[in-house]
Ligand binder design. Structure first.
Ligand SMILES: NC(=O)c1ccc[n+]([C@@H]2O[C@H](COP(=O)([O-])OP(=O)(O)OC[C@H]3O[C@@H](n4cnc5c(N)ncnc54)[C@H](OP(=O)(O)O)[C@@H]3O)[C@@H](O)[C@H]2O)c1
Length: 259
């Protein structure tokens, strides 16, 4: 009889993983998959009731799931949350920075404070969270920083420039932190989703013109299913990616390789 397959290379058993923006959408799928791989997942978002409902739904998996509601752009709340992670969960092994808001409109229609708010939520808060995570990870000499960027970090579309600038900045952050923390045992990588039919994108995906435009410019001829993002994030958090550092892993059905 053959031995059972050994999947330990992809196991997250014994780790603690914070996934921001994991009450729905891609973050929820990443949290679900990481928990199935054995991570104690800390769910995040601003709506605590929603997180507690998701935690109850995921209860019974191979590791605990805990709701940790806070706004990633609220500096005091971030400090409190990381203090709690250090105190109650003994540290942090994986940080997935998945929160990303979007405001599709031409630059001329943006007020100053709208630009600053979007950059704060999508980019500046990621630097703050990465710093707080690093404070917990550096003394242990290990940790995985994973950002969820976008194909919009590499290619552009009119009427979406603040989000595009933030995502391109996030890709730069990922590389810079890979250089800064690589010598200390941490890795910093990103997942860059293409077009995923999440709740937030449901109307566009279902639209016969816009939905077909995006699936038509993807070699696989369809939108991504939300759960199809999760494998890349689990890989980057696992031992299988122990020497992967500063990489942006595009998950887009091939959309960005087309001329
Ligand atoms: N969907 C796609 O096709 C696609 C493509 C490329 C890149 N991405 C990126 O992938 C990530 C996830 O996208 P998604 O479509 O799954 O997003 P989503 O459905 O809009 O979900 C966003 C999650 O983030 C939470 N959130 C929003 N602002 C927050 C804040 N300030 N603090 C804490 N939590 C916050 C929301 O919960 P609350 O409202 O309860 O806070 C929600 O759970 C984003 O970074 C997005 O830019 C998505």
């Amino acid at each position: 009889m053959r031995p059972a397959p050994d999947l330990s290379l992809f196991s997250l058993e014994g780790t603690v993983a914070l996934v921001t923006g994991s009450g729905r959408g891609l973050g929820l799928e990443i949290a679900r998959a990481m928990n199935r791989a054995g991570a104690h997942v800390l769910l995040n978002g601003r709506d605590g009731d929603r997180l507690r409902a998701v935690a109850a739904e995921l209860d019974g998996g191979p590791a605990p799931v805990t709701a940790l509601p806070f706004d990633v752009a609220d500096r005091a709340a971030v400090r409190d949350a990381f203090a709690r992670i250090g105190r109650e969960f003994g540290g942090l092994d994986v940080l997935v920075q998945n929160v990303g808001q979007r405001n599709r409109k031409p630059l001329l229609e943006f007020a100053d404070d709208e630009i600053l708010t979007l950059l704060d939520v999508d980019l500046a808060s990621s630097l703050v969270l990465a710093r707080e995570a690093a404070r917990l990870m550096l003394p242990r000499g290990r940790g995985r920083l994973i950002a969820v960027t976008s194909v919009a970090g590499q290619i552009a579309k009119a009427g979406d420039c603040v989000y595009t600038a933030a995502k391109a900045g996030l890709s730069g952050m990922v590389r810079a932190l890979a250089a800064e923390y690589g010598p200390h045992g941490l890795t910093s990588n990103a997942v860059a989703p293409g077009f995923f039919a999440t709740e937030t994108n449901a109307a566009i995906a279902a639209d016969p013109v816009a939905g077909a435009y995006f699936s038509g410019r993807t070699p696989m001829g369809r939108w991504g299913r939300p759960e199809e993002i999760a494998g890349a994030a689990v890989f980057l958090a696992s031992s299988a990616a122990s020497y992967v550092n500063g990489h942006v892993l595009v998950v887009d059905g091939g959309a960005t390789i087309l001329m």
